[in-house]
Ligand binder design. Structure first.
Ligand code: TYD
Ligand code: MG
Length: 456
């Protein structure tokens, strides 16, 4: 009989240690090491890779490996399909992370209910069957092919999967699962690792796709060992500002597609509604011209979006000016303010600057820069800019306006939404094929020039 094997694991990053340590040498967190049983006496926790199994496994010529072009199937949600890279890949494991209450369970139950003609097993370790049924009624959809199971044991789940042969498995959440081969409590690093790898193995051998819901820590990381993220094929983040109804699915890792795609939803009384035209929700409704607002023509993945940048610049009441930004990288904003100060002679050092991306979304596109500069200048001088102006350009450290990619797509989206003037970099000029029919294209090469063309 094998000896009981124990080790200490950092509950934050999953680092293993033979002895207890106060500070994790890997992630630097304090007091995160907890003793966990790795293997119960008597049984093999991990099926041996060598030994008997190796008879079946042998190296193959890559040319001779056959495969069927992954026939993806639709998740019945256009937004989710896009983020997944065109649908669900059989045998893939998708981890969906997000803060509590953001709507992960709702999203996946809705996906299950919408997918008709396929058996789906929805396993919950968090809610009872009645609760899930109530949620399904709230969403207002029926699907006789959806089966619910409240269980936290992987052997049980796998047994039902063998019986039922579902086309999709949803597990809510990975932190509630336990495997019979380990003693440690649910949600511990070794349980998460082991249960995920059992389901992963099952998914791969049977070709059944699995959606795992995962909790995130207060730092915004997926709770559990980093190895969990390495193990799965796709990691999605479900996020949003709780004060707004909008929710965004973003892929942070995807073996079967791009990680630039976004899916946008709106949480309503009866579930999540897909938002097919994001620009409309991201441009706030305003009647008259207000200062401190500029519209940026951004691109997330392949999808152009017009978003509203709002800035508020005021005199700093205390010695150190405050700088804060919602929806955009603060360091990027500080850099842009320094460029304004140093290269263009605008006094920013004694000003508080607040920046906000309307709609509560987070954007990461250098083309935002020009709109940020315009919003800041507009607020500082209290000069509104035209409501029909849009901007797309990156700002370099010497105050130059740099070209951005796919300028045509940005322009045509702005044109579609009724904008009349678009400010772009001079270096983008030759990339513009359609010299706008209803759109005036204005090129600028430096921040001062932008200032002159807009405000003077
Ligand atoms: P939930 O899916 O339980 O979140 P998670 O699984 O990420 O913890 O979503 C819970 C929130 O969503 C809750 O505050 C209620 C809200 N909600 C709606 O607004 N409309 C709905 O139709 C549903 C089902 C939930
Ligand atoms: Mg939930």
């Amino acid at each position: 009989m094998a000896k009981i094997k124990k080790a200490y694991f950092c509950q934050s990053c999953g680092t293993q240690s033979a002895k207890w340590v106060g500070k994790c040498p890997s992630c630097g967190e304090w007091n995160t090491f907890v003793e966990e049983v790795i293997r119960k006496g008597g049984e093999e926790a991990v099926p041996s890779v060598g030994g008997g199994a190796s008879i079946r496994v042998k190296p193959q010529k890559i040319e001779e490996v056959s495969y069927h072009t992954e026939h993806r199937f639709s998740s019945a949600s256009g937004e989710l399909d896009r983020v997944l890279g065109g649908g669900i890949v059989p045998g893939s494991v998708v981890l969906v992370g997000g803060e509590p209450g953001i709507g992960k369970s709702t999203l996946l139950l809705q996906v299950a209910l919408r997918m008709t003609g396929k058996k789906i097993l929805y396993v919950s370790g968090e809610e009872s069957e009645q609760q899930i049924r109530m949620r399904a009624d709230r969403i207002g959809m029926r699907n006789k092919d959806v089966f619910v199971l409240t269980s936290t044991r992987t052997d049980e789940i796998i047994r039902f999967m063998d019986e039922m042969k579902p086309a999709l498995l949803v597990v809510d959440s990975i932190q509630t699962l336990v495997t019979a081969s380990l003693d440690s409590s649910a949600g511990s690093v070794s349980q998460i690792r082991e249960t995920a790898s059992e389901l992963h193995r099952y998914a791969k051998t049977r070709g059944i796709p699995v959606f795992l819901i995962g909790h995130i820590t207060k730092e915004g990381q997926l709770a559990g060992p980093k190895v969990l993220e390495h193990m799965v094929d796709t990691v999605l983040h479900f996020e949003g500002d709780r004060n707004y109804g909008y929710r965004i699915v973003r892929s942070v890792k995807n073996r079967f597609g791009s990680t630039h795609e976004l899916g946008i939803y709106e949480m309503q009384d009866n579930g999540l509604r897909e938002v097919a035209n994001p620009s409309e929700i991201l441009l706030s409704q305003r009647e008259d011209n207000m200062s401190g607002i500029a519209i940026a023509a951004t691109l997330e993945g392949l999808r152009p979006m017009l978003i509203e940048m709002q800035a508020l610049v005021s005199n700093a009441a205390f010695g150190t000016p405050q700088r804060s930004s919602t929806g955009m990288d603060l360091r990027r904003m500080n850099m842009l303010l320094a460029v304004l100060e140093k290269r263009s002679g605008f006094r920013m050092a004694s000003k508080d600057v607040f920046l906000n991306v309307a709609g509560g979304i987070r954007v990461d596109d250098p083309a935002l820069d020009m709109a940020v500069i315009v919003a800041v200048l507009s607020s500082e001088r209290d000069l509104p800019i035209g409501q029909k102006d849009a901007f797309a350009g990156e700002v370099g450290l010497s105050g130059e306006i740099r070209a951005v990619n796919r300028i045509d797509q940005r322009i045509s989206e702005a044109e579609k939404l009724g904008f009349q003037r678009m400010f772009i970099s001079t270096y983008n000029r030759k990339g513009v094929a359609t010299t706008g029919k209803n759109m005036e294209i204005i090129t600028v090469s430096r921040v001062e020039e932008l200032w002159r063309k807009l405000f003077v």
